[in-house]
Design a protein around this ligand. Structure first.
Ligand code: CO
Length: 207
């Protein structure tokens, strides 16, 4: 017997609606995937990567974690980037954060959240690094949202500084790294203008 039958029902309706529109969709996809994009986003249930970009299965390789962090020694995220770059040969890596991120907010609280505080420590570091700029934000929401933006920018540089992307650029593989942020309140994406296309660009712009 199926547990959570409503979800299996949803799944059957979803699969038949796709098959109605594109009869060969699943048989073609079963043979291979060749997405052009890797998206690194937040685990937040309100930010589903494929849906907000209007992309179907097969179009987007995805990694999600709390607060869309790219940590230099996180083998999980690094493995995703390596597979995307070396095997799938994606052309774009998008770090997509979102305003009002719970991980960013929790990193600012002086209470214990348990194990996750170790993960969120990376956001506290970004906070300290940009303290001077952030002090100018008197309104709490704007302050949090600016920290969400700075977090995305930092993670873009972290993607660029991986051996994976550095090596790909060195062998002239075409990869652009983007930093975007999504508004839960309006469903819209903003480009944070940290589009990095190669090593020169990275060395000039890194913070
Ligand atoms: Co979040």
């Amino acid at each position: 017997m199926e547990k959570l039958p409503e979800l299996f029902g949803n799944n059957r309706r979803w699969a038949s609606s796709i098959k109605e529109k594109y009869p060969d969709f699943f048989t073609t996809l079963a043979r291979q995937q060749s997405p052009d994009y890797l998206c690194i986003g937040c685990s937040d249930s309100r930010v589903p990567a494929n849906e907000i970009l209007g992309l179907l299965p097969g179009d987007l390789f995805v990694h999600r974690n709390v607060a869309n962090l790219v940590i230099h020694s996180d083998m999980n995220c690094l493995s995703v980037i390596q597979y995307a770059v070396d095997v799938l040969r994606v052309k774009h890596i998008i770090v997509c954060g979102h305003y009002g991120c719970g991980g960013v907010i929790a990193s600012l609280e002086e209470i214990s959240h348990g194990l996750i505080d170790n993960w969120l420590r990376h956001i506290k570091d970004i906070h300290s690094y940009h303290q001077k700029e952030l002090k100018e934000y008197n309104d709490r929401n704007s302050f949090i949202n600016r920290l969400c933006e700075l977090n995305v920018v930092r993670q873009v540089y972290n993607v660029c500084s991986t051996t994976i992307v550095q090596d790909a650029w060195a062998r002239k593989q075409d990869i652009t790294v983007h930093g975007w942020i999504y508004g839960i309140e309006d469903g819209l994406l903003r480009d944070l203008d940290v589009c990095i296309t190669g090593k020169e660009d990275y060395l000039q712009r890194r913070m």
